[in-house]
Design a protein around this ligand. Structure first.
Ligand code: ATP
Length: 221
């Protein structure tokens, strides 16, 4: 079996980036031999409400959160494209750039459960592997998606360019950007954020943070 260095793509709204995003990206990188993970904030997400913070702010927060993690690469490719950010288009671009490499698309279990609703999801199996990160209260994926991506291990993924599925067991974190935005509007801070990201949010008055805040309040989001 051929074994080559994989490249990982992690798309999201990152509105804002939080602890679960970073832990998940680091976990996938580690299991794949310190593979680089490209974190790609989307411009106009096709499957969900539009972001609260603008693209520049989401990018700035991602850069702050990834600063100390050399395997995490903040990538503005989707922000530079026109129209909705379809992951398929991003995958096609990276596949063209890296014709032979194992390309790994990482997603949370909640996104994985709805993959069968995504635009041309069947084409993903020819373009990339999936790395699925567990998330509390996620539904099960559809049988056809499970069948399209046979489960494998990290060694299997490194041995071919696409078509397999890696199921991670951890991190398993009950954190969401929605709960964080609510906590920020209520209390002005949230422990699931990197301190540099919290400071950026307060400094730029994002997410309706109250002007006087008590950042020592450590209630979970
Ligand atoms: P929101 O609450 O605004 O929907 P989010 O916290 O789900 O945001 P996104 O930027 O929408 O964050 O997610 C990007 C990717 O990260 C998705 O694949 C999502 O499934 C995954 N993800 C987000 N939070 C977690 C988590 N706690 N555990 C595992 N995966 C997660």
């Amino acid at each position: 079996m051929r074994n080559s260095a994989p490249l990982v793509l992690f798309g999201g709204t990152f509105d804002p980036v939080h602890r679960a995003h970073i832990s998940a990206a680091r976990a996938v990188s580690k299991v794949l031999g310190d593979a680089p993970v490209h974190l790609l904030p989307n411009a106009v997400p096709p499957h969900r409400p539009q972001p609260t913070a603008d693209a520049e702010q989401r990018l700035a927060m991602l850069r702050l959160a990834c600063h100390e993690h050399p395997s995490l690469i903040v990538d503005d490719w989707e922000l530079r494209q026109q129209g909705p950010s379809y992951s398929l288009k991003t995958l096609q671009h990276f596949r063209q750039q890296h014709p032979e490499a194992p390309l790994v698309f990482m997603i949370g279990a909640d996104s994985f459960a709805s993959l069968h609703h995504w635009h041309r999801w069947q084409d993903y199996a020819t373009l990339c592997h999936l790395a699925v990160v567990p998330r509390p209260d996620s539904k099960l994926a559809s049988g056809e998606v499970l069948a399209a991506f046979p489960e494998s291990d990290a060694y299997g993924l490194c041995g071919q360019p696409a078509g397999l599925r890696l199921m991670l067991k951890r991190p398993f974190l009950d954190v969401s950007a929605t709960a964080i935005r609510e906590a920020l509007a209520r209390k002005g801070d949230c422990p699931a954020l990197d301190p540099a990201v919290s400071a950026h949010i307060r400094g730029h008055h994002l997410y309706n943070v109250p002007t006087t805040t008590h950042s020592t309040d450590h209630e979970a989001p």
